[in-house]
Write a protein that binds this ligand. Sequence first.
Ligand code: ADP
Length: 262
Amino acid sequence: MYTLGVDIGSTTSKAVVLRDGQEIVGSSIIIATVGTRDVDSAERTALEKAGIDPSQIEETTVTGYGRNTYKDAGLQVSELTCHALGVHHFFPDAGTVVDIGGQDAKVLVLNKLGRMESFIMNDKCAAGTGRFLDVMANILNLDITQLEVEAAKAQNPVSISSTCTVFAESEVISQLANGVALPDLVAGICKSVATRTGSLVKRAGVRERVCMSGGVAQNAGVRKALEEELGVRIAYSEQAQLMGALGAAIYAFNKAQKKKGV
Ligand code: ADP
């Protein structure tokens, strides 16, 4: 049985095709433009990769910030539920999920069954989210994937004192003008996101195993700084950015099973 999970985020649209509630057979991540074309393209690409036709999808679930705009008004579920399901699928012993996306950061505390017990989120401020890293990469003329490469070369990471993205942007520009080495600056930028996220995690309560999801999890510089901040190892999968869409596909599978009375 195939199910589809769609995650319409603030910066990317993701889709996952799941076989029998277990195996990812197709997936895609499309950088969002305006409107819903990118969602169609995310779905189409995931189905093509799975080598199946839309009619073969038994159930679809949509999640994410833009889920209300989904064309067929499919089954809508919150990102919190979906990230919990997706991360639990990869890491059955996950106790804390740290999801940093394009415009917010969420910390979920899970029980042993993978159900969410509590959560905290920052959706008021760009600092501590992917947006902050996108802005910084842009002024440094780096691709987002280069941040971890530069951060790994740092000798003396600088500290970014501004807590606001707009002020931090000026601070980074003046640090550059003062001759601070690029790797030290980038490591400081990653650390700044980790410090903000770390305080959210501490407020939520650190329950091991701590796992990361969302696009920013792919940045090893942020992961390392957050590990230092919390004093624990952080588990992450290369599929981190797909965790919401994966959770949505799992939710769709569970729904389809219920309909069949399984
Ligand atoms: P949303 O669901 O809100 O659209 P995502 O979970 O897709 O957000 O995360 C998007 C963010 O992930 C971007 O703002 C960017 O900072 C970061 N990101 C995306 N791809 C990469 C990558 N390959 N390496 C590091 N960071 C990345």
